[in-house]
Design a protein around this ligand. Structure first.
Ligand SMILES: *Cc1c(COP(=O)(O)O)cnc(C)c1O
Length: 426
């Protein structure tokens, strides 16, 4: 078939993959709209937007043109001592879109690194203010914040990485989501007890992603923000997954802002930032956070700077993606997707071996109970013409926002079918 496939597979190391037993990866040759085209000519409807990035579908002409034009003039340049138009425009636009005075943008190349930068900002913020002992981070069960060492330490401890790398990671403080009055009191006590050592609380607002697709409401988020304020702890919102419309609003934090004064101190963005075209991430700080780094002391400056930070091609793609959010009805599309996901997947709750169906914005998660054969499901979905990749106990859909009702029905139909087939084996 492809002359590169087998020779290349002998040398590739794939992510989170037991390469002895996992199904062979599918060779993909091209993408367009909501479809992936395989090397053998088959087409799959993409239900997960390439790890939640391709919000406008693949190969959107507006993004392609912006990247091509940027390639002609300035593909890359270092970002220390030099700045360029794509990054400057993008920073201004993000500041204008984000709530409150979240207005200082630090660009990196991946979500994990944007979280690492947020951690550095939080810890150095307190150090610069003479409180160097405030350096622990509070994270939540079922959270996911990345794969690097410091971010791994903030992920749910049951996902395996914690035991594997115990002793090599900074120790952080794990909390339960305060979504009942008792849990709220417990969370408040936790902060009260440890506030002197805590730099920040980090949360994925409204929807926790890769740690198990758990969902909480805006009131819980508003309570966490209020507790942080009362106990002098910074709040980091990891919107890497939820940012750019996925939860139903442009940013999930906006939903809590409806309930009162809610602006996280630091906010992380990545995944859909470039519409799924190029790697880019941003850590955005509020004015008071930035101001804590202004001093005559050079050592008070933020100590970070990735080689490829603010890559102009990636910034051009991100600007083009923001044009599409401004010019096309993305949030209305998300609302329509949410309604259809609720209707189409409601009946999944009746299938044997299904624990719960959860929907928020353009995110649907079906949590499974009982024995789970992930590899079998991962083999079966492409046979049905769809690209859906369950993980842990979760089968989920996070389609591109431009998907039509018919294609979405094909995705939800495939989920129902695979779960029904599985039920017969339980
Ligand atoms: C994906 C993700 C990350 C990590 O981003 P990478 O680009 O994979 O490093 C961090 N936080 C959340 C919420 C994510 O969904």
């Amino acid at each position: 078939m492809s002359d590169w496939l087998n020779p290349g597979l002998a040398h590739l190391w794939l992510p989170y993959t037991q390469m002895k037993t996992a199904p062979a990866p599918l060779p993909v040759a091209a993408s367009a709209g909501v479809r992936l085209k395989l090397a053998d000519g088959r087409e799959l409807i993409d239900g997960i937007s390439s790890w939640w990035t391709a919000c406008h579908g693949y190969n959107h002409p507006h993004i392609r043109e912006a990247v091509a034009a940027q390639l002609e003039t300035l593909p890359h340049v270092m970002f220390a001592g030099l700045v360029h138009e794509p990054a400057a425009r993008l920073a201004s636009r993000l500041a204008a879109l984000l709530p409150g005075d979240l207005e200082r943008v630090f660009f990196t190349e991946s979500g994990s690194v944007s979280v690492e930068v947020a951690l550095k900002m939080a810890i150095q913020y307190w150090r610069n203010r003479g409180r160097a002992e405030k350096k622990r981070i509070v994270c939540f069960r079922h959270g996911y914040h990345g794969d690097t060492f410091a971010t791994m330490a903030l992920c749910d401890p049951e996902d395996g990485m914690h035991t594997l790398f115990a002793g090599s990671m900074p120790e952080q403080i794990l909390a339960e989501l305060p979504d009942t009055p008792e849990m709220a009191a417990a969370f408040d006590r936790l902060l009260a007890t440890h506030a002197e050592r805590i730099a920040a609380v980090i949360i994925e607002p409204l929807v926790q992603g890769a740690g198990g697709m758990q969902m909480h409401d805006a009131a819980t988020l508003a309570f966490i923000a209020d507790a942080c304020r009362r106990h002098e702890v910074l709040l980091i919102a990891d919107e890497i997954m939820t940012g750019f419309g996925r939860s139903g609003r442009m940013f999930a934090c906006e939903e809590a802002a409806q309930l009162g004064d809610f602006v996280p101190d630091i906010l992380c963005l990545s995944k859909a930032l470039t519409g799924g075209t190029l790697p880019l991430a941003a850590t955005v700080a509020r004015r008071h956070v930035f101001e804590a780094f202004l001093a005559d002391d050079p050592a008070a400056a933020l100590m970070h700077g990735p080689t490829y930070m603010a890559n102009p091609l990636a910034c051009a793609a991100a600007n083009a993606s923001l044009d599409l959010f401004a010019g096309e009805p993305r949030l209305a599309q998300v609302a329509a997707i949410e309604a259809q996901l609720r209707d189409d997947l409601a009946s999944c709750a009746e299938i044997r071996g299904v624990a719960e169906v959860r929907v928020k914005g353009a995110i649907a998660a079906v949590e499974l109970a009982g024995r789970i054969d992930l590899d079998a499901m991962r083999r079966r979905f492409p046979e049905l013409g769809v690209w859906i990749r369950p993980f842990g106990r979760i089968v989920y859909l996070m389609p591109p926002f431009v998907i039509g009702g018919g294609d979405l029905a094909t995705l939800t139909g495939a989920v129902r079918r695979v779960l029904t087939e599985r039920a017969a084996t339980l």
